[in-house]
Design a protein around this ligand. Structure first.
Ligand SMILES: O=[N+]([O-])c1ccc(O[C@@H]2O[C@@H](CO)[C@H](O)[C@H](S[C@@H]3O[C@H](CO)[C@@H](O)[C@H](O)[C@H]3O)[C@@H]2O)cc1
Length: 612
């Protein structure tokens, strides 16, 4: 009987650290090195998962199986897990995905407002509930891990990832780290600081605080650029939110592509090891960003060259898992060789694999490696859509309400004869979801089930009210008269990352011209759908009757109508400075001579026409 005793690492009743040490002791160097590899789903083969034992699989933004249905996702992840469990030691994979505003890669999932809108809502409890709902929808597809929350503190709206940041104010970002508890569950009061936590293998997922550190502070907002500041500024502005994520037991941290005073985070031993693991005491694991180590040799050598050097620099700096995602076997050969030659100490490999195994054991994936089909119906369910609608409503910021103090323009009248709705963003689910939705860069049109702003307005007005809609109102329509008011919905087309870096923040598609043409004739509310503040010229602001910042609200457009028609009041406040001109950028609250169009914290309610 002794000969068949269960090995401690397979004994769910054994302490996690006992299971970690036992399994680590059984692994070959090659198996250890493979555990440190995360590969993209399109190359997750039997050879990679069973023969070589890659530790993790991800889908890049927009990379999806079959018809992107929930069942298709669950089948894919379960299939990969079966391959991993057939490896020599049967170590299950962790599958990671960017569920950054709901399970946004999955068709039919609830798509919540992007982080900038949640920053406007300023509601930590709401964030926790969004985390809970997101965790359930991610789990329903068999996935155990999301690369969220992004806790970037965006200091310049020219950054293409501005909308992934809750706020320019680190204290606001810190307060919204409660999403970690929603995603992972609430750790007990005596949970050891810095140690990873997962509350329920059925309903919770591992979180990933990203991108460590200073991703939102780069010079001129250039994505993956250089954050130039003192260590104290780095700590006070950009590192602070990681303390709150760690206090909630965040299981993983993703390194930033960016540099700090010229040093790449992906090979910065000081910040990855001495600070994050040493001073802050992080006990989960650090994962690189996508091909992040391939950039370590730049600008001296082209991205992707000197791969062996890049691996050595990053792993020795403290990187535990590498989001490769395609060069797995090359990575494996180099890493094994680097240890055999002593360029990477075996102790560093053991530390990385110990951290990875620790997260796997606390995640419950050894005991529950497969999806739970009973959860599938929870994806896009009514309860989650109502939660998203609440989030949309709370994220709306009312910036102008009436041309004078005595006559608020909102709430809009419901039972009027005729209204005009126009603008590129009035009837486009894809536009209102923004980037990281179905596609990596997002798309336009009916990309997933949801309610457009136009549909929400039609749903809200009286049956007698005629709603005239034109994406770009013609002069003939505008002059046709008898409109009680117009709603002009303009904004940005979806984008992500560097694709979204802009130095020109004017309203696209000549949005200002459309606004002016309509507002000259008809009392006009303007709604801006964007990932960041856009230029609102003084003469345009003077011409219009009301202005609402809707950010990137996601699928539940009814949340906007809830405010417009007075069902609930506006509560949103600006999480980022609304500049007068791009010439002012960067401009942040606390700057000397701070003179924005609207300051951080600005936001009217329905019964105010000025913020005094
Ligand atoms: O065609 N091009 O020019 C192009 C350029 C860059 C690309 O780069 C890649 O595109 C995306 C889609 O494949 C990938 O998801 C990542 S994004 C990255 O990776 C993580 C996992 O998704 C996220 O959690 C991080 O937050 C994020 O920074 C990468 O940037 C792809 C294509």
């Amino acid at each position: 009987a002794q000969g068949h005793a269960m090995p401690p690492y397979k004994d769910a009743s054994a302490p996690v650290e006992v299971r970690v040490r036992d399994l680590l002791g059984r692994m070959t160097l090659r198996e250890k090195a493979a555990q440190m590899a995360q590969i993209e789903r399109t190359v997750a083969s039997a050879r990679a998962l069973t023969e070589l034992g890659a530790g993790s699989v991800l889908n890049g933004g927009g990379s999806a199986p079959g018809d992107r249905s929930p069942a298709c996702w669950a089948d894919m992840v379960d299939g990969m897990q079966r391959l991993a469990l057939s490896s020599r030691l049967g170590v299950p994979i962790l599958y990671g995905t960017d569920a950054v505003h709901g399970h946004n890669n999955v068709f039919g999932a609830t798509v919540f407002p992007h982080n900038v809108g949640l920053g406007a809502a300023r509601d930590p409890e709401l964030l926790r509930r969004i985390g809970e709902a997101t965790a359930l929808e991610v789990r329903a597809t068999g996935i155990q891990w999301t690369f969220a929350p992004c806790v970037a503190v965006c200091r310049d709206p020219r950054w293409g990832r501005c909308y992934e940041s809750y706020s320019e104010d680190p204290e606001m970002v810190r307060s919204l780290a409660t999403i970690v508890t929603g995603l992972q569950g609430e750790p007990p009061a005596d949970h050891p600081h810095g140690y990873p936590f997962l509350g329920s293998v059925r309903e919770k997922v591992l979180a990933c605080a990203k991108h460590f550190v200073g991703d939102g502070g780069t010079d001129r907002g250039i994505n993956e650029g250089n954050t130039i500041c003192s260590y104290d500024e780095l700590e006070d502005i950009h590192m602070a939110p990681y303390l709150d994520c760690m206090a909630q037991g965040v299981a993983t941290v993703m390194a930033s592509h960016s540099k700090w005073n010229g040093e790449r985070l992906h090979s910065c031993r000081c910040l990855l090891t001495d600070v994050l693991k040493g001073k802050l005491g992080f006990k989960g694991f650090v994962i690189s960003d996508w091909k992040g180590i391939d950039k370590i040799c730049e600008p001296r050598a082209p991205q992707g060259s000197e791969y062996r050097y890049c691996i050595a620099q990053s792993v020795n700096a403290g990187m535990d898992m590498i989001m490769i995602p395609y060069r797995f076997e090359e990575f494996l050969e180099h890493l094994v060789s680097l240890v055999e030659t002593g360029e990477i100490p075996l102790s560093r490999i053991d530390d990385a694999v110990e951290r990875i195994l620790r997260v796997k054991f606390i995640s419950g994936v050894f005991e529950h490696p497969f999806s739970d089909p009973s959860l599938l119906d929870i994806i896009g369910c009514k309860e989650h859509r109502l939660l998203a609608r609440e989030a949309v409503r709370k994220s709306m910021v009312l910036l102008k309400n009436g041309k004078n103090q005595k006559e608020p323009f909102l709430p809009l009248a419901k039972n009027v004869k005729r209204i005009l709705v126009t603008g590129t963003h009035a009837d486009d689910i894809g536009f209102q979801c923004g980037g990281w939705t179905v596609g990596w860069n997002g798309n336009s049109g009916k990309i997933t089930p949801g309610t457009s702003i136009l549909e929400a307005i039609k749903e809200s007005v009286g049956v007698q009210t005629e709603v005239v809609y034109e994406a770009c109102a013609t002069e003939a329509t505008i002059e046709s008269g008898e409109f009680s008011y117009a709603v002009v919905v303009v904004g940005e087309v979806p984008y992500s990352e560097t694709v979204g870096d802009r130095t020109d923040l004017s309203i696209p598609f000549n949005g200002s011209d459309l606004i002016t043409r309509v507002a000259c004739t008809i009392p006009t509310l303007v709604i801006v759908v964007s990932g960041r503040p856009l230029d609102i010229e003084t003469q345009v602001l003077e011409k219009i009757d009301a202005l609402v910042a809707a950010w990137l609200p996601g699928t539940e457009g009814m949340g906007i109508a809830d405010c417009l028609f007075g069902h609930q009041d506006f509560v949103g406040k600006l999480p980022v400075t609304w500049h007068r001109s791009v010439d002012q950028l960067p401009i942040n609250s606390g700057d000397a001579n701070y003179d924005p169009l609207f300051p951080v914290g600005y936001g009217l309610n329905m019964f105010q026409s000025d913020d005094n």
